[in-house]
Design a protein around this ligand. Sequence first.
Ligand SMILES: Nc1ncnc2c1ncn2[C@@H]1O[C@H](COP(=O)(O)OP(=O)(O)OP(=O)(O)O)[C@@H](O)[C@H]1O
Length: 267
Amino acid sequence: MTSPSSSAHGAAVPPAALDTILEARHLVKEFRGFRATNDVTLGIREGEIHAIIGPNGAGKTTLFNLLSGFLKPTSGEVRLSGERIDTLPPHQIVRRGLSRSFQISSVFPTMTVRENVLVALQSPTPLPHQFWTPLSRLDSLNDQADRILTDVGLADAPTRLAADLSHGEKRQLEIGISLTQNPKVLLLDEPTSGMGSEGVARVIDLVRQVARGRTVVLVEHNMSVVAELANRITVLQYGSVLASGVYDDVRRDPRVIEAYLGDEAHA
Ligand SMILES: Nc1ncnc2c1ncn2[C@@H]1O[C@H](COP(=O)(O)OP(=O)(O)OP(=O)(O)O)[C@@H](O)[C@H]1O
């Protein structure tokens, strides 16, 4: 699938495993000399739910932004299905099948729930002569929007104003907006942040639902969510990968216990 290539440091990078869909190779991101991402090499396998965890300031959001093209690496590469994507603008990365949600809401508050999804559904066809969308296409877009709203548990809320949604419902809508591009890889940035236990349980169900038939990478602070959802996890510390693998193995890794999981790992 991918052939060996030279890293930023000139070292040969072995080919990714055959089932790797998203890959970071020797990624480095510096902010005025400070390394927020320090030589991260990581493979996300097709169809898995992969959680990126680590203490505050470990570099999770920076890595997330690098993987989705919202930040350009200082050096290193990101590959999607073997193709290099770190050189592409974010909208082209979306077209190749990678979408992301944002920690800060991307929802338009003055639009209805369905309108928010419709706007996102129309965004891949921004040609000026398509400003007047034919009615037949509008019908099909409405059908698609309603299917997505059903998938994210908002089937009964299409005409509600987004501003009137609860915090949890807004996160559901954001995930719905990310699904409009039918991504093969979905990146979710702290999908349970700011939620009570009921909302967290709903998001766990939702992530399981949207992960059917696609790959999900999530940044998540809540370890019980990670334990419930993740097939594999990567632990970051000081911008570097401390450990990566199956959840149960990584949580027993003494370096991880020391750095992050603490007493939770003994629970
Ligand atoms: N634009 C920037 N300019 C300068 N430093 C930055 C910038 N973005 C991030 N950093 C620094 O890089 C480090 C990693 O930040 P990052 O937000 O990626 O960590 P994080 O693991 O997501 O943290 P948190 O869990 O608190 O969200 C931090 O020390 C942060 O201050």
